[in-house]
Write a protein that binds this ligand. Sequence first.
Ligand SMILES: Nc1ncnc2c1ncn2[C@@H]1O[C@H](COP(=O)(O)OP(=O)(O)O)[C@@H](O)[C@H]1O
Ligand SMILES: [Mg+2]
Length: 276
Amino acid sequence: MLKFEDVSFTYPNTNIEVLKNISFEISKGEWVSILGNNGSGKSTIAKLITAQYEKNSGQICLDNKIYSRENLEYIRNNIAIVFQNPDNQFVGATVEEDIAFGLENRNIDSKLMDKIISEVLDVVDMKDFRKKEPKDLSGGQKQRVAIASALALKPKILILDEASSMLDPEAREKILKYLKKINVNHNITIISISHDVEELVYSDSVILMNNGALIQKTNAAEIFKNINLLKKYSLKIPFLYRLKQDLSKYINNNIFDVNDNMEVTISKLCKLNLTR
Ligand SMILES: Nc1ncnc2c1ncn2[C@@H]1O[C@H](COP(=O)(O)OP(=O)(O)O)[C@@H](O)[C@H]1O
Ligand SMILES: [Mg+2]
């Protein structure tokens, strides 16, 4: 549904090409994580997808519609984005006003608006917070409202640009689980930008970026089989893999498999009679 063909981009009034011949395709309902170090061009990809900036060369298409002035409304109506900082995106005085804000530009009557607000708050488990003000909410709750506001626009693609990176691990996991639910139940395409390798377990595929170039479009299992790839591009190795690797130095090397998740790893550990 979203296609980049040989896309290159340089910011206006600069001379460094920050995206170099990027090509990829994303299908409907796919959860794609864009992974890469700071400055690798992840947010710039998001800015091109949301049509905030225009590519210099190559072609971008959404549902076979080329990114051009006449398709701009279609593009903007079908793509929503949530950013990193929960405080910068809260625009309403209350939760419901925040969600209504985005809908007001779309001439939706108040009864329908009311229904949409309830629906999207339900998805992120925030129904009881409808009348609350931002000061009553935690960072994680604000991000859930930001997601609800984005969903209210009924986008085909939801982009998250480091949307959970400022949250504590518990809140982050909760957000990722809501997103997975939305992804699966509503068949919404998710493009999640992150430098956090831990969230790859939720994704169907991974676009690995480095210094403006797309290294490869792959998936989490492949990345975990080839941890050196992460090392090569200075990305953090997931905790579980580091743990399995480190333990393997002390105990039988063949105990852990790359695909063992946390539960399997713990049950294997419990069966061991460990002495160092
Ligand atoms: N508005 C801008 N003007 C000029 N250069 C920019 C702008 N925004 C980002 N850049 C540069 O583009 C490159 C890619 O940035 P960005 O897409 O934000 O990376 P990431 O999101 O992966 O950290 C960086 O070198 C950054 O300095
Ligand atoms: Mg960024």
